[in-house]
Write a protein that binds this ligand. Sequence first.
Ligand code: TXA
Ligand code: MG
Length: 358
Amino acid sequence: MEDSIDTQVLRVALDAPDSRLIQRAAARLRQGGLVAFPTETVYGLGANALDAAAVARIFQAKGRPASDPLIVHIIALTQLSDVARVVPDVGWQLTQRFWPGPLTLVLQRHAQVPAVVSAGMDTVAVRMPGHPVAVALLRAANVPVAAPSANLFARPSPTTARHVLEDLQGRIDLVIDSGPTMIGLESTVVDVTRTPPAVLRPGGVPIEVLREIIPDLQFEPRHLSLEAAVTTAGSPGMLARHYSPHAELLLFTGPLAPVLVAMRTLARERAVTQSVGILVPDEERACFDDIAAQIVSLGSRDDLAQIGRNLFAGIRALDQLGVAVILVRGFERTGLGVAIWDRLFRATEGRMITVEET
Ligand code: TXA
Ligand code: MG
């Protein structure tokens, strides 16, 4: 961007947010500024949702197409009627159980929310975060805050303030740094304007848990076959570019033992001519000990919450090391694993490698 702005960083403690710093950030929001802030999922890039010019700056700063709608963040259920026209019963049930938290609801947009927020659609996505710093900021700002993830368009979402600065320094007014986010994957997006409601993006609230309240909740992603029967030949052009590392990301899927053999073989081959990165759970790290590769740990393979928390940071860490290719395997596709699979699959842009039982 030509006009670089001086991006301020405010360090705000998670457990006791400094109210003067929070007031400063809230004032920037009310003045039409762009403020990146932590939520329990990922860092968001906030603007006053009722200020169309401020919201337009979000799209500009991120390089995000105007056709991609934003999520409006609120602090209290009383704010819901300021941003949404009608809330169906099932919507209220979901808010009761999951707000504040990593769940976003698509509702009918209230006329006072500018159309630019929703890419011109008559719906609006709304979420109530529970992160104490997000809560303090929203309360002080006293306006609903539109906030996509605070990354450049198509890059992995930021889970630390450093990630935000990597992408947006000079393009936004302020970043609140409260350390790494707790979940590390974005919210689950559920459209409750449809009957039955449908999951548009898997995320921090697992689909199985949502189905305790909505047994017929729809979830039919074309790219996310839960039966693992996805082909390798997927055309990259068919997938929206998303969560992309600079490196080529290769996603291996199939039974564990042959997958690890295939990863070793390919890593060794590629390492002859390329800088290779491997994202791997602790238990499998030793498989790659003798290979000249950069290895980043995702945590324990039995702890999907930990893998989810480390995923985007791991991809960014390998990018920072300048690797040309990143190898990673798929994980169990239940619970948070569905969101992990979704993010990895999109990041591969179709470069998935299915390994058969040997
Ligand atoms: O956890 C999160 O959701 C984070 C934090 C910052 O809240 N935000 C986030 O925003 O991930 P973003 O903009 O990166 O993703 C918003 C998602 C997109 O998939 C978008 O298409 C969908 O929500 N979305 C937003 N408004 C919508 C609408 N009116 N109808 C359908 N989908 C919508
Ligand atoms: Mg995003």
